[in-house]
Write a protein that binds this ligand. Structure first.
Ligand SMILES: Cc1cc2nc3c(=O)[nH]c(=O)nc-3n(C[C@H](O)[C@H](O)[C@H](O)COP(=O)(O)O)c2cc1C
Length: 334
């Protein structure tokens, strides 16, 4: 089955086409952005489930970039030390791991920091050119640290209405300078420094549509996808929404058509996510080339061994792939 065939891009080989979606856990209880024992157990559990890859939750590139008080950061030495343990643990189960580099912009709910955005919306301060240069520099530094920590890939968070998405969107970017004239400019500069610093695959997550008549459409996103593929991005991770509150047509596989639209304009792998919960859905998305990679979000949280059980049922799992105790638990399920 193609779902369980390996795939190689930019020298990284993933064992199968199913990944764990980036999901904030809001579990840095000390509010210092440092991973706790919880995070080590959480990501190790995902790794035991044998996904092709794991995308670590949105991880702040600087103090203004956190979504909440309880998110991970990557810009301080103690944060990086804790992240290294997690990556080593995931690697010990032969699973690839990447980090989603994030800046929340106006959507940050962090206490005691400046909340900054392209324009003064939702109570945020408009970023000066110096603020923008610093944000670009912080993504660059984060990419370098991600490489030093040992991540296999990085993902630039350009979706869900966070900083980069705010610059892309006409709904939130009302600047009259070069960053307003070329709404791709911040994304291009960030991706360019990340590609320079990170010697491995770079993913970019995008919101395919904003579900708003004056917002970005899938045709706008297709232009962004073309541009990113040309720059050397390895994977487009296609999501949607988040810039403004909107009526999202939720339903099984609801974001898959957006991924398919991205595939029409590029030849790099495209990932999809969103209410994909059945083996048959995943198999058909991959076999019919609606997307190249499927990400599991909430399903992975409630059933981290979904992929493992599926592989076992298909006789695709050998005893050596998993610890003995785990293999015995699978045998008992037959
Ligand atoms: C608890 C939670 C936290 C999330 N955090 C992130 C995040 O950090 N970065 C991101 O890009 N998406 C985030 N998402 C969105 C997921 O990556 C995924 O796209 C979404 O949950 C839809 O997939 P699902 O239906 O399989 O859960 C989050 C979703 C959930 C449920």
């Amino acid at each position: 089955m193609k779902t369980f065939e390996p795939l190689t891009f930019k020298k990284m080989t993933i064992a199968n086409r199913i990944g764990v979606a980036p999901m904030c856990t809001y579990m840095c209880r000390k509010k210092d952005g440092v991973a706790e024992d919880f995070h080590l157990a959480h990501y190790t559990t995902f790794a035991l489930g044998q996904p092709g890859f794991i995308i670590q939750e949105a991880t702040a590139v600087n103090e203004n970039g956190y979504i909440s008080d309880y998110d991970l950061g990557i810009y301080q030495p103690r944060q990086r030390e804790a992240l290294k343990h997690i990556v080593e643990s995931v690697h010990s189960h032969n699973v690839k791991m990447g980090v989603q580099l994030a800046h929340a912009g106006a959507k940050s709910k962090r206490s005691n920091v400046r909340i900054v955005a392209p324009s003064a919306v939702d109570g945020a301060e408009e970023m000066t050119l110096q603020d923008i240069e610093k944000a670009i520099f912080d993504f660059e530094a984060a990419a370098k640290w991600a490489r030093m920590i040992g991540y296999d890939f990085v993902e630039v968070h350009g979706a869900h209405g966070y900083l980069i998405n705010q610059f892309l969107s006409p709904l939130t970017n009302r600047r009259s300078d070069e960053y307003g004239e070329d709404k791709h400019l911040l994304l291009k500069k960030i991706v360019s420094v990340v590609l320079k610093e990170f010697d491995g695959p770079v993913f970019v997550r995008l919101s395919g549509t904003e579900y708003h008549e004056e917002g970005r459409t899938i045709e706008d996103t297709q232009e962004t996808v073309k541009l990113l593929a040309k720059m050397g991005v390895s994977v487009i991770n296609m999501s949607s929404g988040g810039v403004v509150a909107a009526n999202i047509p939720l339903g099984p596989k609801y974001q898959v058509p957006l991924a398919t639209a991205a595939k029409q304009v590029c030849s790099i792998p495209v990932a999809t996510a969103g209410l994909i919960t059945e083996r048959e859905q995943i198999r058909s998305i991959i076999d019919n080339e609606e997307a190249d990679l499927v990400l599991l979000g909430r399903l992975a949280l409630r059933d981290p061994f979904f992929i493992l059980k599926w592989k076992y049922d298909e006789n695709l799992l050998s005893k050596e792939d998993v610890p003995n105790y785990m293999y015995r638990s699978l045998q008992a399920s037959k």
